[in-house]
Design a protein around this ligand. Sequence first.
Ligand code: NAP
Ligand code: GLV
Length: 326
Amino acid sequence: MPHVFVTRRLPGRAVEQLRKAGHTVDVWEGELPPPPAELRARSLAADAVLALLTDRFDADLLEQASRLRIVANMAVGFDNIDPRVAADRGIWVTNTPGVLAETTADFAFALLLAAARNVVSSDRDTRAGGWKTWSPTAFLGPDVHRATLGIVGMGGIGQAVARRARGFEMRLLYTSRTRKPALERSLDIEWCTLESLLAGADFVSLHVPLSAETHHLIGARELALMQPSAILVNTARGQVVDQEALVDALRRGQLAGAALDVTDPEPLPLDHPLFSLPNVVITPHIASGSLATRARMAEMAAANIIAVLAGQKPPNPVNLVNNMHM
Ligand code: NAP
Ligand code: GLV
């Protein structure tokens, strides 16, 4: 019987589906991810791993995993896995594209609104007894409607954010690896360079995957281009932003605030300077976290495993495996 290692308890029917397909399933029951030695030992004993973005599958681990046929990541991002080394070893790597785009875009918008309109800081102040009267000057922020939003990375989530922004009558700038004329017409979005986007936007929302090209895409130079009234929203990956440069820019007033669902590292240590800045909203990497979407992501990862263990090409590969172990 093929053996599957699932690296955490999952919502939805994914584990049930794996068992129904005839696989034995080992679920890591800890609240925290399996420590590296456990991840290694259990992955080496498995035909398939249903992994989370907190599990690192580097060259060292993949090169030893002679039994492994697939690492199915329960995430659209797969920067925790080396897909090239996996392909060389005949191991499929899969992700969960599309299914989380709308939910993640909802959250990016929630962060944007929260940062602009002081939702978190005013809640904190109210609980501490700060609400004495209706004030004409307290917690004032910029309008979101009819402001300019810059979207960096016009993929599934970037497009879903753009659709939401239309309802707020925002002007939309975007930059991406490739220009998208059809989307420019259908979503009424304007292509520009990263530099002009940063200079022209009231809000900047990041939606690129983490790669060698996007690591620290937003650094000191880029932050200095932003308007002093602008707000940066990051639901992509923490390492897309140079976090030290962000702290520095926020302290200098080069931008007005930031809303971060992702940080570098995760979790962010409680003594990190970002926590001392009042104009920063930080959430614990939960943008895809609706009940329905997390269940669908897990079931999608399970479907990829079931396909590969049945000798088929998985529906959502991010690498190409010639030797399919059939
Ligand atoms: P996607 O559909 O693959 O879109 C990514 C977009 O980024 C693509 O349109 C791509 O450009 C663009 N891009 C890639 N490299 C680029 C570069 N060097 N410069 C400029 N643009 C570049 O992925 P998605 O589903 O929208 O997800 C995006 C990322 O969000 C994921 O990789 C993940 O890291 C993150 N995410 C986070 C959460 C969360 O819970 N916080 C949830 C889901 C996803 P082209 O199309 O122009 O080639
Ligand atoms: C979450 O961060 C994902 O990449 O799906």
